[in-house]
Design a protein around this ligand. Structure first.
Ligand SMILES: [Zn+2]
Length: 73
């Protein structure tokens, strides 16, 4: 749903080009968010720290990860 191209992320709302590589932090806490999936085998596990892309046009935010290939089944 985020589109196929990694370098250019297009806003779902207004289709402007978004600014990638924004860090995701939780306000009031020292810890970021981590996304992980439990698996049976050694190669079935997946974990990633999400990044955010921000649309400079409408303020939309999209979360994404670089390690998305790990989550492929
Ligand atoms: Zn936008």
């Amino acid at each position: 749903i985020w589109g196929l191209c990694i370098l250019k992320r297009i806003c779902q709302q207004c289709h402007a080009e978004m600014v990638n590589d924004c860090a995701v932090t939780v306000q009031g806490g020292m810890y970021g968010i981590k996304i992980s999936r439990k698996g049976n085998g050694l190669f079935n596990k997946a974990s990633a720290i999400p990044k955010a892309a921000v649309c400079p046009n409408c303020g939309g935010v999209a979360f994404y990860i670089d390690e998305y290939k790990q989550f492929k089944k």
